[in-house]
Design a protein around this ligand. Sequence first.
Ligand SMILES: [Zn+2]
Length: 502
Amino acid sequence: MALFDKYPVSVSNSQSGEKELFSPINAGNVGMYVCGPTVYNNVHLGNVRTFLSFDIISRYLRFLGYKVRYVRNITDVGHLENDADEGEDKIAKKARLEQLEPMEIVKHYTEGFHEVMRQFNILPPSIEPSATGHIVEQIEITKKLIANGLAYEVNGSVYFDVTAYNKEHNYGILSGRVIEELMESGRKLDSQDEKRNKVDFALWKKASPYHIMRWPSPWGDGFPGWHIECTVMSTKYLGETFDIHGGGMDLKFPHHECEIAQAVGAHGKPPVKYWIHSNMLTVNGQKMSKSLGNSFLPAELFSGNHPLLAKGFGPMTVRFFMLQSHYSSTLDFSNEALIAAEKGFKKLSNALGIIKKLNHSGGSSSTDKELAENLTSLVDLCYTNMSDDFNTAKTLAVLFEMSARINDFKSGNIPLKNISEEMFLLFKDTYIGMMENILGLREEEEHNQELLTGIITVLIDLRKKARQDKNFALSDKIRDDLKALGVQLMDGKDGEMNFTIE
Ligand SMILES: [Zn+2]
């Protein structure tokens, strides 16, 4: 029996507003799409929370035995300055301001984004497609929407006709927005506007002679609108209907609403079975924003170099801190909350170190029935909490209880001989699996580890050189001194050297 049958998952579908039993379209397989970063800026902590939420979801579904194809895109063109399709493309604007090729900006910030994901132990998606790599498909679907009577061309730009779509379908099905209200609110269209109605949105924009990111199309040189890229990349890799679409709450409208309209308009069916939206990060109770001076870059957090922080915090502490609340709740960020998280994380991570080294000496009978029941129920609770809409907060509470048992095992308060080997292994594997595989928490040493490896490699190279120079006294000294520090060098053939750290 697969774990996903034993612990069926329920998901809060933000389209229905209900918690629904998760049942993928193709049994045993999950297709998941998450809107990735717009790479014109450094990734901030709010973005990290979003990608962490979906990292947990994909990790847990995989752990349960599902085969998951996780697609997270890179928006490297077309994300306009504001949602009204006015203004400049964010990446083109940055390129103009910094006098760079747009692709230099894209490469720089994409690499920065990947580095931050790695620091937080957020696993890479299965596919990471980019908008500029899918221009042809975006043109094709735009042509299809025109042919279906749901889009129109004006002066080299193409707009989606929301009112035409809404005659047969429901624009607002995800966000609950009402088209009549949208039509009346805000600024009225003026004679300069190309759109027929203010709710319409761009599928393709004509490039001005100065616009540097441009591609030929049936409507002349231009670039794609923002919403269309996600419709193209999600359905290309996951099929016209797929299981999970995720993103931050702020993308629900208009971005995701538009994605649904485009997909229904082009393929005739709703694209997504379960919509999942993660909530925002606040700082001392206020919305995180650059203009309020309370937004954080990961590097400021690690160094503590920020007016709101008393010290720096490691990425695993921050990861733990974020997992203490459910992805759908707002999470308030403060110096005090981080200090508390650091203590909490240390407890769990100490217990992880202990249980990894603990071994049962064998024997198969549980003599303490009550204890066995307690341990079994803790194991079950980890799964039932995670299966309950990926509730990491509740799961962490169970792990704290488990860590108390682990300390009892170590101190001898609970003699291991009182529990069966099978029970012990189930408990041990569950604790390690929950901590490392599902919650992605590891000991806070990744940075030092990298540095350490680098330094040892330098010493190994020096030792090789010493041996080539027949300076065996120096070569032996390097080996022996490293050994005294717990670093064991192993001489291989061809003069290669490996090492292990105790
Ligand atoms: Zn998107």
